[in-house]
Design a protein around this ligand. Structure first.
Ligand SMILES: Nc1ncnc2c1ncn2[C@@H]1O[C@H](COP(=O)(O)OP(=O)(O)O)[C@@H](O)[C@H]1O
Ligand code: SF4
Ligand SMILES: [Mg+2]
Length: 409
């Protein structure tokens, strides 16, 4: 009987057990907390002054400031995003990189107010956004109904899997027109169709009239992703979030989609937040790089800084695990271990149990981000006494380093 009363759960390190009673207690407490958050978000007629704020730097479109997004689950609080701060400057591509489960998607979903509710909630921090009307909003405090004017219109998103993002029972045209009709009131059906066809042309689709009348299943994966990109462009967004836009596509199509995104950035004069686990993609595309690990930023800087003078052992591990054409290796490096479960995270450096550079100085609390240049930051105890310490020679980073050089020269 006791067997049925206890449920095994996974946690970092040792296994833990929660009795049904404990689980019910957690669920009850979670319901109370999340209900309060939901009530706040669902308010209507909230004075604008409650969520108006000021940008720290007027050249930025978005500023994440100490963002904390938690999931209140039955087995405990999962700190998926745990104090993330970075900026997205106007007209730039910011790459967010890290292994699966590091909190990249949850960071972007927080910006869109699309975190799975009620269990997922932004509990602390600001997401400052400079809107087209010149005002600056704190998206973390914005009520749900106000966010409808920004989501899809000013900030749009391209998801990883185009087949599941498109509705299989509507034609491509109907789905494209809907975006324009919804966000630009007063547009006639003819105008919406003309705009949709223009967008399909812009993303390099030949015979756009035919594609306009097709259903998603009639298109290839690459075509569907182009349609998703066309959809995200139809309202001239200031910011496009691309969450692993090429992961579900084969290699040749990946290159085409990346070229397309790079071209579009000049055409729309907007910014792109590019989420990926592939450092090669980052080297080719991004201006700034943010490296995330277990819900925190471990390193950030310009693409040159990250590829030429990487500081954090995790960034270096990611670079070493990338295959390179001009490096002969017997066996490709892989970082030992896994990303820890974000429930009950330890106080010390989260990377400690996987880090090959771990030393006595790593015993302390989680390292604060240290500044190495105006734009370069890393969170590692190794540099506490010597910021000039070199633990990785950029010459051995191989192809990525060269690509970063070429792409940004
Ligand atoms: N709906 C959810 N409920 C509970 N935990 C979630 C949920 N969505 C994401 N998480 C947790 O948040 C963490 C970060 O996830 P995610 O941002 O999707 O990672 P990735 O870096 O791969 O995009 C993961 O540990 C995941 O388990
Ligand atoms: S603080 Fe120590 S354990 Fe953490 S990444 Fe730096 S060297 Fe490794
Ligand atoms: Mg993800």
């Amino acid at each position: 009987m006791a067997l049925f009363k206890k449920k095994k759960i996974q946690s970092i390190g040792d296994s833990q057990y929660l009795t049904l009673r404990e689980e019910r207690k957690i669920a009850k407490e979670n319901a109370k907390i999340t209900k309060a958050y939901e009530k706040r978000k669902n308010r209507t007629k909230v004075p604008e002054s409650e969520y108006l704020t000021e940008m720290r730097d007027p050249k930025n479109v978005v500023e994440f400031d100490n963002l904390h997004t938690y999931f209140y689950t039955d087995v405990g609080v999962s700190k998926a995003v745990n104090g993330v701060s970075f900026d997205i400057p106007e007209g730039s591509i910011v790459g967010v990189v890290g292994e699966s489960g590091c909190g990249k998607s949850v960071t972007s979903l927080s910006l869109m107010q699309l975190v799975q509710a009620p269990q997922g909630q932004i509990v602390e921090g600001q997401i400052r956004y400079k809107a087209t009307n010149g005002k600056c909003y704190d998206i973390a405090k914005m009520p749900r109904n106000e966010m409808l004017h920004i989501r899809g219109k000013e900030i749009s998103m391209i998801f990883q899997e185009p087949m599941t993002s498109l509705n299989p029972v509507f034609t491509i045209g109907a789905q494209l027109d809907e975006v324009v009709l919804l966000h630009e009131p007063g547009t006639t059906k003819e105008q919406a169709k003309a705009r949709s066809l223009e967008m399909l042309k812009l993303v390099g689709i030949a015979m756009c009239e035919k594609v306009y009348d097709s259903y998603p299943h009639e298109l290839s994966g690459g075509m569907r992703q182009r349609v998703m990109i066309a959809m995200s462009l139809s309202c001239n967004p200031r910011l496009i979030i691309a969450d692993e836009p090429t992961t579900a596509l084969d290699v040749t199509i990946q290159a085409q989609i990346l070229d397309l995104l790079r071209d579009l950035r000049h055409k729309i004069q907007g910014s792109i937040m590019l989420i990926t686990h592939d450092l090669g993609v980052i080297a080719e595309m991004a201006d700034y790089v943010v490296v995330m690990y277990a819900g925190r930023i471990v390193e950030k800087g310009t693409v040159r800084e990250i590829f030429h003078t990487p500081k954090h052992p995790y960034t270096i591990g990611l670079m070493k695990s990338k295959p390179s054409v001009n490096k002969l290796v017997e066996r490709l490096y892989s970082i030992p271990g896994q990303v820890p479960n974000p429930i009950n995270m330890p106080k010390h450096c989260y990377y400690k149990n996987r880090c090959e550079m771990c030393q006595e100085c790593c015993e302390g609390d989680f390292p604060e981000l240290m500044q190495f240049s105006e734009t370069h930051f890393a969170a590692c105890h190794l540099y506490r006494d010597n910021k000039d310490l070199v633990i990785y020679d950029s010459l051995t980073t191989g192809a990525e380093s060269e690509k970063a050089e070429v792409a940004h020269e």
